[in-house]
Design a protein around this ligand. Structure first.
Ligand code: SF4
Ligand code: SF4
Length: 301
């Protein structure tokens, strides 16, 4: 049992992370590196700095004097952060001095008890269907912590959902199953080469885990497909995914239209966003994807 884990956000009143109204906890660290990630601040395992230039309105320059690494500089009267020079000095001292919250630490440690207690305070708005969702990052990247939180939250009688990439040893997933009420997993590509190119890792383990999970799970399993125009919406990929899901006995899928939710966040943590040119998916294309799944008797949500 692991008592301490690392999270980077808690979002109450979430309505897209499982049934009903939920409190979503975002765990830090993910083995994938998807180019369209909506929460890139969750990829890195360690805490990191996040800079919101628009909030630096007073231009007080307290951070400038504080940074011994010259990572913070002034250019044309504006504060700039050179992420390559920032060594994340131990106390993130610049963030403590930034009263405007333009500089923030992303990621902090918490205990299972503290987190479960905090979640339990939201019970009044969960209603019949709601509860807690563990997301990320990748929840199974901190397997013992995830397991302990699920167990603890269930002891309060709260319903649990996990949102996962499925990139984890299957034993880890299997161990957590008794404490999960609803399971959401991503499936982005059928073809391994494309998965490697856009997500940074092979999808072999993901597909294998889905096959194993569908054989033993007795809870609702919801596959989710983020549709990235020109990247994974080809007929070949959609047919591959549809045939695979049909083969493992799943008859529905949640389609997520591309929204560039993470674009600003990539810049706030000093990373380049590579999908700037991609436009939102036209509704006819979404219908085409949906039509393709229906040919395999798979319902799109
Ligand atoms: S975290 Fe430390 S090294 Fe990084 S910018 Fe702030 S003061 Fe400088
Ligand atoms: S401490 Fe914050 S508000 Fe002041 S100059 Fe630095 S970033 Fe801007």
């Amino acid at each position: 049992m692991c008592n301490v884990g690392r999270i980077f956000d808690i979002q109450p009143y979430s309505v897209h992370d499982g049934p009903g109204i939920r409190t979503t906890v975002f765990l830090k660290g993910c083995p994938l590196n998807c180019k369209w990630c909506s929460n890139p601040e969750g990829i890195r395992e360690k805490p990191q700095i996040r800079f919101f230039p628009d909030l630096c309105r007073t231009n007080c320059q307290r951070c400038l004097d504080q940074c011994k690494k010259q990572a913070i500089q002034k250019e044309k009267d504006r504060i700039c952060l050179d992420f390559s020079k920032c060594d994340l000095c131990e106390e993130f001292s610049c963030t403590l001095l930034c009263y405007e919250k333009a500089l923030r630490v992303c990621g902090h440690d918490t205990t299972v008890e503290k987190l479960a207690k905090k979640i339990s305070l939201d019970r009044s708005f969960f209603g019949e269907d709601g509860g807690v969702t563990l997301s990320g990052g990748e929840p199974f990247f901190q397997p013992d912590f995830t397991n302990s939180v699920l167990r603890e939250v269930k002891s309060y009688g709260i319903s649990t959902v996990v949102e996962t990439s499925m990139f984890a040893p299957f034993e880890t997933i299997e161990k957590a199953l008794p404490f999960i009420d609803f399971f959401i997993f991503d499936i982005k590509f059928f073809e391994e080469k494309k998965h490697l190119e856009y997500c940074g890792v092979s999808n072999n383990i993901i597909l294998e885990n889905i096959k194993k999970l569908t054989k033993i799970a007795r809870i609702p399993l919801l596959p989710r497909l983020p549709i990235i125009p020109g990247v994974n919406d080809s007929a070949e990929n959609i047919n591959g995914i549809a045939a695979f899901l049909k083969g493992v006995g799943l008859s529905y899928i949640n389609l997520l239209p591309f929204m560039k939710l993470g674009e600003g966040k990539f810049e706030q943590i000093g990373l380049k966003y590579h999908l700037k040119q991609i436009q939102a998916l036209p509704s006819q294309s979404l219908q085409k994807v949906s039509q393709c799944f229906s040919e395999y008797n798979i319902t799109c949500i």
